[in-house]
Write a protein that binds this ligand. Structure first.
Ligand SMILES: Nc1ncnc2c1ncn2[C@@H]1O[C@H](COP(=O)(O)OP(=O)(O)OP(=O)(O)O)[C@@H](O)[C@H]1O
Length: 250
């Protein structure tokens, strides 16, 4: 089933076009990877999916982005609700300088979506889902910044899922991590897609090949090709895609 549908999306920073005529359908409960050389617009596109670009002055969006059939850019659309439904994990882990527990409890507390008595259960469930519970269960009161970078990133994922989003956007979530921490996040994505729709931007083509069901290849602000990941990496339909995935371009 289609979770997010994008039709003829154009995006501008001031007068400068960053995305041109993007149309793509993100399927529910799949991992969709976005690849392409630096500056091709992957992150800009990802941020269009939960209106994170709204916070950047002078930007402009044209076209349609719909979440389960509702245009997220329509005037009455509730952006706070949107960001709850479409959560985001960033390149560098960004835990708050608070305890491990408070990081995960933050969303449910702020949104008031859970009773105080329910919060410890939500924290445990979220940490378990993020493959972090066993490592932190005896030190929930400790500062989140005392964790390793890989643990911090899993904590940020736990913080995101604590508000029960439907979609998780990940912008190069492993680029600051070592190979073992990277592998843990990749395994985590495989587990999370049972419950969440994931869209991940990555520089790392092997990662896209390992974790995703579908892959989109961006080039100079355009979506050149979008298909099953296996197709993109073994028999792409476009010469540019082929050159990029075989390392001849980009
Ligand atoms: N805040 C901004 N203001 C102006 N231009 C921007 C801004 N952010 C990105 N751009 C420009 O938009 C284009 C797309 O950038 P974007 O970061 O989306 O690409 P990317 O594919 O994610 O690259 P990278 O992999 O290096 O992060 C680039 O030309 C970039 O310079």
């Amino acid at each position: 089933m289609a979770k997010i549908t994008v039709e003829h999306l154009n995006f501008y920073y001031g007068e400068k076009p960053a995305l041109s005529d993007i149309s793509i359908t993100i399927q529910e409960l799949q991992v969709t990877a976005l690849i392409g050389p630096s500056g091709c617009g992957k992150s800009t596109f990802l941020r269009c999916l939960n209106r994170m670009n709204d916070t950047i002055k002078g930007t402009r969006v044209q076209g349609l982005v719909s979440l389960e059939g509702h245009n997220i850019y329509s005037p009455g659309f509730d952006v706070v609700e949107l960001r709850k439904r479409v959560g985001m994990v960033f390149q560098r882990p960004n835990p708050f300088p608070q305890s491990i527990f408070d990081n995960v409890a933050f969303g449910p507390r702020v949104l008031g979506s859970a009773r105080t008595s329910e919060i410890p259960g939500i924290v445990e469930e979220s940490l378990r889902a993020a493959f972090l519970w066993d490592e932190v269960k005896d030190k929930l009161k400790e500062d989140a910044l005392s964790l390793s970078l890989g643990q911090q990133q899993r904590l940020c994922i736990a913080r995101t899922i604590a508000v029960k989003p439907e979609v998780i956007l990940m912008d190069e979530p492993c680029s600051a991590l070592d190979p073992i921490a990277t592998l843990q996040i990749e395994q985590l994505m495989g587990s999370l897609k049972r419950d969440y729709t994931i869209v991940v931007v990555t520089h790392n083509m092997q990662q896209a090949a390992r974790v995703s069901d579908r892959t989109g290849f961006f080039w100079l602000g355009r979506l050149v090709e979008f298909d099953a990941t296996e197709t993109i990496f073994t028999r792409p339909g476009n010469k540019l895609t082929e050159d990029y995935v075989t390392g001849r371009a980009g």
